[in-house]
Design a protein around this ligand. Structure first.
Ligand code: SF4
Ligand code: SF4
Ligand code: SF4
Length: 283
């Protein structure tokens, strides 16, 4: 067993010995008394990237943002006008990232998916809501929260926030404890109950992106694999010139996403929880 793996299994062992089940972890995250969570929070935001400053995105902080904080705006109205576009986004993401198509709903792996307006935005008024919102679904994905409870819950640092504000995964460190799933209030993470390769046509997979294994968690990675190649996220690319999705740096006042945020009223999912989502919706 290599040193790196020994180290994180030791951390995981400490959590187990301490008798911390997922509900306990979540509870301690809320009360702020979970030492591993506190340590993770400190390590995630060492004054770089989005961590402690990224609140150009409407949280009322006086701190001047620096570094990159990637975010996304989804224009729900444009998806309502062209519902096929959502399916194209899901297909693009799942094929680029080798997301399996498993028959059983309980085992489903999803990086980006459709859900009802009420489910996406339970804390917004649904009183006689707009007909389009009533009959159409909303495309949702991981929010790459600026204050991510999933990261604080992870005992092995298998999930972490990178310097550009992306909440990423290191599948090799994941021990499948699912604390992160319990901590995420958006259901943005999926667990591989079975070998995901069972749901893939291995002759058609993207060989440039790893397949996963049974027992690990996965989710949207904001296309961290594509950005260094100058590519837009696959889902954004699938929307063509429609501008139904705009991706960019929330900390750059000259970025397109900042312009879109400036010109449109947007909402986030469950903002009262304080997770500070980096995905915004025009409804
Ligand atoms: S949406 Fe969930 S998985 Fe994504 S960063 Fe936020 S808490 Fe973590
Ligand atoms: S299941 Fe989640 S919390 Fe547990 S090790 Fe994997 S990423 Fe971390
Ligand atoms: S940003 Fe990338 S990983 Fe996330 S849903 Fe879109 S295509 Fe998938």
């Amino acid at each position: 067993m290599d040193k790196k793996r020994r180290e994180f299994l030791k951390i995981a062992g400490i959590s187990t010995l301490a008798g911390l089940g997922a509900p306990a972890v979540v509870d301690r995250l809320i009360t702020g008394s979970y030492p591993l969570a506190a340590r993770a929070a400190r390590e995630v935001t060492p004054g770089e990237g989005a961590g402690d400053q990224a609140s150009t995105a409407g949280h009322g902080s006086d701190t001047v943002p620096s570094g990159t904080r990637y975010g996304m705006v989804i224009d729900v109205r444009k998806f309502n006008e062209n519902p096929a576009m959502a399916e194209a986004c899901i297909k693009a993401c799942h094929s680029v990232h080798n997301v399996p198509d498993l028959a059983e709903k309980n085992n489903e792996i999803k990086w980006i998916w459709l859900t009802g307006y009420g489910n996406a935005f339970p804390d917004h008024s649904h009183y006689h809501k707009d007909e389009n919102l009533e009959k159409n679904q909303v495309l949702v994905l991981c929010n790459h929260c600026d204050s991510p409870p999933c990261v604080r819950a992870c005992p092995t640092k298998a999930t972490f926030k990178n310097k550009d504000g992306i909440v990423a995964m290191d599948y090799h460190r994941c021990i499948g404890c699912r604390f992160c799933m319990a901590a995420c209030p958006y259901g943005a993470r999926s667990f591989n109950w079975q070998d995901p390769r069972n749901g893939l046509d291995m002759n058609k997979i993207n060989r440039e992106f790893p397949t996963r294994m049974r027992g690990v968690v996965e989710k949207c990675n904001f296309c961290v694999d594509r950005l260094p190649r100058g590519l837009q996220p696959a889902c954004v690319e699938a929307t063509g010139a429609s501008k139904a999705m705009v991706f960019g740096d929330l900390n750059d006042p000259n970025s397109e996403i900042r312009q879109v945020l400036k010109e449109n009223f947007t909402i986030q999912r469950k903002p009262a929880l304080g997770t500070q989502p980096s995905v915004f919706f025009i409804v």
